[in-house]
Design a protein around this ligand. Structure first.
Ligand SMILES: Cc1ncc(COP(=O)(O)O)c(C=O)c1O
Length: 432
């Protein structure tokens, strides 16, 4: 298995804990304000994984690659033994490239392009979701020995990104019909899946969804299906300060009630849970406009133009309904002004914050945004020729050694000494 294999980016191993504020301070002293960058805390991802195992020991997480396909994220989770939710040929190929075995991948896109399905089949990725009869016929032709997971719809009342309009069949009307069709096509259904909505704020919905799944396990049995997989999807919070204790309690009690049989495999597809807090984005003020009140000539509003915007990292404002909060990295005293923060492109849609009270900022002032790991990097585009942020990855020595035990790294992997840190090139690090 390969651990880190990306060129031109570095992982730095630090003594003690990964101290993001201290590392940010150091980087802002070294780097040009021209280009935005991320500080990534690998330990945070490892902590999230350990926390998941502690809080929901029966549920095997399959990281949703779509959320952030950064190589270090994927390699870290692969080394930790997590499994993966892939939505396309590209994602499957990437994860297989880390040496992950195909049975640790669920192809969790209910609508699969035929060529992607052919690729999955040829590479032994057999577990996949479906929610329509047309897809069943396609699967019958291309991957007749697939292990099918029927995705039902059971939506949270409150979620940042509801998914039920597009995916999931009705659990009471359509699901029984699809089970019958699958039977008539002699296809194997192994389980039920659902996704309550990304950024779910209605955790009791998991209980209801798990109870629907139970009913369908029983119904499918009457057609000779002995289902053995329950996939509880994503929707788990991941920002700093959020915890999964409440949702874990609800999930665990639903599993005890509806799936006491421990031989049933329970899996999940968390995305933002793993990566949101691990990425901190550092931007800088590139330009500024002072808007005066036409009558009084007093300052009415400040407008700041940062070097990252909605076409790049802040696409999460448009697509993930986030409201990122700017944090100033320098102490600014004095009067506060109504301020608007823009991205760098020529589009007026490129607005990050419309109205905020801020002290006066100046060109080259750094502005930080935390919790920027989910649904940012994979969607970002260098529109208008603005470069995408580079990712600086940090890991504590203890965590590095732990991962290294799981997936050894050879001596020549270490290079480019920077200060007192050991800096590692991602290239050519082959793991056992
Ligand atoms: C099928 C599927 N699984 C998992 C996820 C990840 O969800 P989350 O980031 O809320 O955990 C998504 C997100 O859209 C998804 O569509």
């Amino acid at each position: 298995m390969k651990f880190f294999e990306r060129d031109n980016e570095l992982i730095q191993i630090v003594d003690g804990l990964v101290n993001v504020p201290a590392l940010t301070n150091k980087l802002t002293n070294q780097l040009s304000t021209e280009e935005p960058f991320y500080v990534m805390d690998i330990d945070e991802i490892v902590r999230k994984h350990q926390n998941w195992i502690e809080k929901m020991p029966r549920v095997v997480p399959h990281y949703a690659v779509k959320c952030n396909d950064n190589d270090v994220v994927c390699a870290t989770l692969a080394a930790l033994g997590a499994s993966f939710d892939c939505a396309s040929k590209g994602e499957i190929s990437k994860i297989l490239g880390f040496g992950v075995s195909p049975d640790r991948i669920i192809f969790a896109n209910p609508m699969k392009p035929s060529s992607h399905l052919r690729y999955a089949d040829a590479n032994n990725v057999k577990t996949m979701t479906f929610d329509s009869d047309v897809e069943l016929h396609k699967i019958k032709t291309i991957s007749p020995d697939a292990k099918l997971v029927l995705r039902i719809r059971c939506e949270a009342e409150k979620a940042l990104c509801p998914l039920g309009k597009k995916f999931g069949c009705d659990p009471e009307e359509e699901a029984p019909r699809l089970i019958k069709i699958a039977r008539s096509l002699n296809l194997e259904i192994v389980g039920i899946s659902f996704h309550v909505g990304s950024g779910c704020a209605d955790f009791p919905i998991y209980f209801k969804a798990i109870s629907y799944a139970r009913d369908l396990f029983d119904y499918a049995k009457t057609f000779g299906y002995e289902m053995n997989l329950l996939d509880i999807g994503g929707g788990f919070p991941g920002e700093k300060g959020t915890i999964i204790d409440e949702v874990a309690m609800i999930v665990n009690s639903a599993l005890d009630k509806f799936f006491p049989d421990k031989s049933i495999r329970i899996i999940s597809e968390p995305g933002r849970y793993y990566v949101s807090a691990a990425f901190t984005l550092i931007t800088a003020v590139q330009s500024k406009r002072v808007c005066l009140d036409p009558k009084t000539r007093a300052i009415d509003r400040m407008m700041y133009y940062l070097n990252d915007g909605v076409y790049a990292s802040f696409n999460c404002i448009l697509y993930d309904h986030q409201m990122p909060k700017p944090v100033l990295l320098r102490q600014h005293d004095g009067k506060k002004y109504n301020s608007t923060i823009w991205g760098p492109t020529c589009d007026a849609l490129d607005q990050l914050v419309e109205n905020i009270q801020l002290p006066e900022l100046h060109i080259d002032d750094w502005v930080m945004f935390e919790n920027m790991g989910a649904y940012t990097i994979p969607v970002a585009s260098p529109f208008n020729g603005f470069p995408l942020p580079k990712v600086y990855c940090y890991i504590s020595k203890d965590t590095w050694e732990m991962l290294n035990d799981l997936c050894p790294v050879n001596e020549s992997s270490f290079c480019f000494p920077v200060g007192n840190e050991i800096t590692m090139n991602y290239e050519d690090i082959a793991c056992a």
